[in-house]
Structure formats: C-alpha cells, structure tokens
Design a protein around this ligand. Structure first.
Ligand code: SAM
Length: 264
C-alpha cells in the first residue's frame, strides 16, 4: 500500500534514525510549536510587589571591546585610534574564548592586545570576558585573519604575534584551510617590528613540524628556545583554553618562539 504523503515523511525520518516505522500505522508528524521568541523588553508582571520581569537580558553592548571589520577606521588601522595610546600592540590570531588575551592584558597593562577570531560566538564570548574585567588594553576583532591582516595592518606595526592551537584540519583534503602557509608566515614577517616575536603552540606534532618548517624557510625569522611548561597554580592557570583542555587530557604540547630579524 502506498503510504499517505504526510506519513511518508515520518517513514523516511524513522528509517534514517534506524527505527522501523510501519508506514500505514504512522501518524502524520506533529509539528513542534514554534519556539517562543525571546524579546529583550521589560514586561509588566501581575504579581503584587513586582514592578517588572526581564524575560531575557538585552544583548550586552560589547563596544568598544568587540569589533567587526565594518567598525574599523581605516585601512590601515591606527592603534592610537583603537586603544587611545601608542603602547606596543600584540596580535593573537584565532583567539577563541580569549583566555590568553585576558591574562596577557592583566599581566602587561602597558601593552595592547588584539585578538582576531572569525567565529563570532567565540569572539563575543572573549569580549564578554574582557568587558567583565573592563580591560582597556584589549580588543576582539570578529574577522578572518587571512583577509584583515593584509588589508588593515601596516608593515612593522605589531610587537608580537601569537597563534595558539591553530585548527589542524585533519583530513588531507582540508589541509589547505590551515592558517599556516608560506603566505601567512610572510604576512607575519611583514607586520612584525624588527626584534618582535612570533609564538605558536599546538598539541599536533605533525602540524608543529609543518609550522617550524615554514618559519625556518623564511629568512626573516630566527628561532629562540621554547618556553618551559609551568605547573598550573589554579584551574584557569593555562595559557589558552585549548592548552587547558589538552593538558588536562595529558597530551604533550609543542611550543616554539621566533624573533623577527632586521632586514628582509
Ligand atoms: C583550535 S581553536 C584555538 C583557540 C585558542 N587559540 C586556544 O588556544 O584556546 C582555533 C581558533 O582559530 C580560529 N580561526 C581559525 N582560522 C581563523 C582565521 N582565518 N581568522 C580568524 N580566526 C580563525 C577558529 O575559529 C578557532 O576559534
């Protein structure tokens, strides 16, 4: 017997989920009620003594900590316009949840830190961390580092570049998505001031070999001794969220540091 239209969908869905659904017995799939739309307005409550009920908090205003490329003045970027001072600027590519940005900014109030993160959800989460501490020396830029660095950042404008736990893109056919390639290394060499630093850590040994090979092939860099692994003093005492996650799993972390040589 040919199943009726509506129950055919349930039949297909049932099979896709590995369940046997008898087409002739299955009822038309019931539509879920649409999710209640949350509004960020104050709504009066009938309860005595209560003035209002905030059904959901309004979206936090993350300015000036969270920016997108549309908010940027320039190009090129003028750090003084962004931070209100001329202190040295350090850039983190793929800043994720912002643990490094927050810790580094607290440790070095005389330096500015900008994180570029193309996952807006993560970038906004990082900016909320910064907002909570009202750190004046951090900005999180929701953007693709591949496009924003060449377009917005001047030659020699950055004192250090940090790339921690870059996505390894395990599948061979996805490898071209890795952030580290000869062009990216050349861009880092361009934006770093002479005597500046590039730091990169990962738990993926194969990618680490690729990164160190790419940087070694660029004459603008000289390798320095890697930083030693410290014992965490508390649960958040890690360099980045990924370092925390990987070390808790007992995985080894591969660390490297280079300096930008003069010339080239
Ligand atoms: C594995 S996570 C590591 C996050 C953070 N560095 C840490 O150690 O916790 C890599 C991050 O890089 C970001 N990312 C990858 N390619 C990027 C790009 N081209 N521009 C900006 N962010 C990028 C990803 O969205 C992701 O949040």
């Amino acid at each position: 017997m040919k199943p009726p239209e509506a129950s055919f969908a349930a039949f297909v869905a049932g099979n896709a989920a590995g369940r046997a659904v008898e087409p002739s017995l299955s009822r038309p799939a019931r539509r879920r009620p649409a999710r209640e739309t949350r509004v960020s307005v104050l709504e009066p409550l009938d309860l005595p003594g209560q003035i209002c009920d905030m059904r959901s908090p309004p979206p936090a205003d993350l300015s000036p900590w969270f920016l997108t490329a549309d908010d940027l003045p320039g190009p090129p970027l003028r750090w003084a316009e962004l931070f209100g001072n001329d202190n040295p600027v350090e850039l983190e590519v793929g800043s994720g949840r912002g643990l490094f940005l927050v810790r580094a900014a607290q440790l070095h109030p005389d330096r500015n830190f900008i994180g570029i993160e193309y996952d807006y959800k993560e970038a906004r989460r990082a900016a909320r961390r910064v907002l909570k501490r009202e750190l004046p020396n951090v900005r999180v830029l929701g953007a693709n580092a591949r496009t924003v660095i060449p377009k917005y950042i001047d030659r020699g404008a950055v004192a250090a570049v940090h790339v921690y736990f870059p996505d390894p893109w395990w599948k061979r056919r996805h490898r071209k998505r890795r952030i580290f390639n000869p062009e990216f290394v050349a861009e880092i060499a361009r934006i770093l001031v002479s005597g500046g630093f590039l730091h990169s850590w990962t738990d993926v040994e194969e990618y680490f070999q690729v990164i160190t090979g790419l940087v070694a092939a660029n004459p603008a860099f000289a390798e320095l001794p890697p930083p030693a692994e410290g014992d965490p003093q508390h649960d958040m005492d890690y360099h980045t969220s990924f370092e925390r996650k990987k070390r808790k799993l007992g995985l080894p972390i591969y660390r490297a540091c280079w300096t930008r040589t003069a010339g080239q």
